[in-house]
Design a binder for this molecule. Structure first.
Ligand code: C2O
Length: 550
């Protein structure tokens, strides 16, 4: 194992897309940011210097951070923010993980432009064929013509929905379907006959996406840096925070231009104002045909599922399976010590007196888990936990383990029903080393999208998912305890539920939240605490000297 060092300067850079130029928050002036590439087992040190007049933090999404929660990154959960002019070095090891992940800022909506690929090369050869001749990172993002943090503060001030982004992007480029954007198109040359691995990352803030390449089949081999049983598909579905490796063999007769379009478009089940929302890029075949520079690429969008295609979404999710071989066993807990049932919900909150609110029916939008809207405390929860602060010193209280009421799936009347939430920094404390099941129940209220729920510090197994209300007497019988997919982010089906299992083997304070940034801002989050285990190698390490203070 080697130590790999990186330096990140968080800095402004003038960037132009859709003919709008603005200062964009970047790492080292790059958008998307620099790729971190390491090998399984490496020790990683990333020195992050904040050169902007805003607080920031960086999160290594999907890295287990075993005993090194201080390097996890979510602001006010595991650290105080890095202030202007300050530096913090994130130090952690990449243990027993391999594949594609992402890193991103974990403060306000900075993830919009502060993100990049985190690639872990395996120690052993890939457990699939054919041989990969090259790899192509495909990072989805969203571009706003205006300042993104302002979109969030505006939304929080008035209680309405956020302004949609102005474009989706592939590797920072919107592509030719947006106004004034044709020159900002991702084009990658490929050799006919070769097999490429696409490392696909969804860093978009607020939408789950479908992705396809015209006339080419995608073979899914890995999700969230865990190998899967390979399967072929015309399109993939990927939620914010998720990653997917697919193989593609360049074996088609190209159109006269030598170009094959690839595209991504969102999965949403109600009509959004923003539905011309397709980002397009190209694979350009090398060969005699593509040497004719005068030929124009066809702007034909690949055959993507339509935006509301829940049957495709369900079928795709059901195809995902752990590899589950002796080399890569599936460590799903067969039995559990505790089941926590929690709603994942959008809410309408009564408007405070003497204010105007811009959510539905003159109310404010919020979001919650078990009707608790998570409020970030003013200190780092991990630090408070490490120093044995009491709940009253930390201004935290206990997360209620059961939903406050049964939910009605025939349609909730937002005026008749009291949808008010409670606010607070609620902590769920679970013992070290237990097999925990969390059932995430969407309440189907106002919600047109899957909630991609991300768990920090642990991978989990998705043992079951379905539509309607979860039934603890019936649904566990249908669980997959043989080869369920292992991930760090699960898309909870619209109007349905997902059951996830994992062992609480990583001491620390861990954020759980919807990876749609708008829902995190509205409070769809909780933090759980895993105390130290009995063994000396089961304890959280002491905080680093340069840990930022609040
Ligand atoms: Cu990728 Cu808490 O986030």
């Amino acid at each position: 194992p080697a130590t790999k060092r990186f330096h990140f300067n968080v800095e402004w850079k003038q960037v132009t897309r859709l003919c709008h130029t603005k200062p964009l928050l970047t790492v080292n002036g790059e958008y998307p940011g620099p790729t971190i590439a390491v090998h399984e087992g490496d020790h990683v040190e990333v020195e992050v210097t904040n050169r902007v007049a805003r607080n920031t933090t960086i999160h290594w999404h999907g890295i287990r951070q075993y005993r090194t929660g201080w390097a996890d990154g979510p602001a006010y959960i595991t650290q105080c923010p890095i202030r202007e002019g300050h530096t913090y070095t994130y130090k952690f090891s990449v243990v027993d993980q391999r594949g594609t992940l992402l890193w991103h800022a974990h403060f306000a909506w900075q993830r919009a432009s502060v993100h990049g690929a985190f690639i872990i090369y395996p120690r052993l050869p890939y457990p699939f064929s054919p041989k990969i001749q090259a790899e192509i990172p495909i990072i989805f993002g969203e571009w706003w013509n205006g300042d993104v943090d302002a979109v969030e503060s505006e939304m929080m001030l008035h209680g309405g929905g956020p302004n949609s982004s102005d474009a989706y992007t592939i590797n920072g480029l919107p592509g030719p379907l947006y106004p004034c954007s044709a020159k900002d198109t991702f084009v990658r040359a490929v050799e006919p006959g070769k097999t490429y691995m696409l490392r696909i990352i969804n860093a978009a803030l607020n939408d789950e996406l479908f992705f396809a390449v015209a006339n080419h089949t995608l073979s899914v081999v890995e999700i969230d840096a865990v190998y899967t049983k390979p399967f072929s598909t015309q399109a993939i579905m990927i939620a914010p925070g998720q990653t997917t490796n697919v193989l593609i063999t360049v074996n088609q007769a190209p159109d006269p231009s030598g170009m094959f379009p690839m595209a991504a478009t969102p999965y949403v089940t109600s009509i959004f104002p923003f539905d011309n929302s397709t980002t397009l890029g190209y694979l350009k075949y090398r060969g005699p045909k593509s040497s004719d520079e005068s030929s124009k690429p066809s702007v034909v969008v690949p055959n993507l599922p339509r935006m509301t295609d829940t049957p495709f979404a369900t079928e795709f999710l059901n195809k995902l399976r752990s590899l589950a071989t002796p080399q890569y066993p599936c460590r799903v807990p067969k039995a559990i010590d505790r089941r926590v049932i929690t709603t994942v919900s959008l809410n309408l909150q009564d408007c405070p007196p003497n204010q105007t609110c811009e959510g539905l029916h003159g109310k404010r939008f919020y979001a919650s888990m078990n009707n608790q809207s998570f409020v970030r405390p003013l200190m780092s929860i991990l630090e408070g936990h490490y120093k044995n602060f009491t709940a009253s010193q930390m201004l935290t209280s206990t997360f209620p383990e059961r939903p406050p009421k049964e939910f009605n799936f025939t349609g909730v009347d937002p005026l008749a029903e009291n949808m008010n939430t409670e606010f607070g920094s609620k902590l769920l404390v679970v013992p070290f080393g237990m097999n925990l099941e969390i059932v995430l129940q969407d309440t189907n209220f106002l919600n047109p999208e899957n909630h991609p729920i991300h768990v920090h510090g642990h991978n989990f197994f998705i043992v079951g998912q379905g539509f309607g209300n979860y039934d603890a007497n019936v649904d566990p019988a249908g669980y997959n305890l043989v080869d369920p997919p292992e991930r760090n982010t699960v898309a909870v089906p619209i109007g349905g539920w997902a059951a996830i299992r994992f062992k609480t083997d990583n001491p620390g304070a861990w954020f759980v939240h919807c990876h749609l940034e708008v829902h995190t801002s509205w409070g769809l989050a909780l933090t759980f605490i895993v105390p130290n285990g009995p063994g000396p190698s089961q304890r959280l390490l002491p905080p680093p000297d340069d840990l930022p203070s609040c």
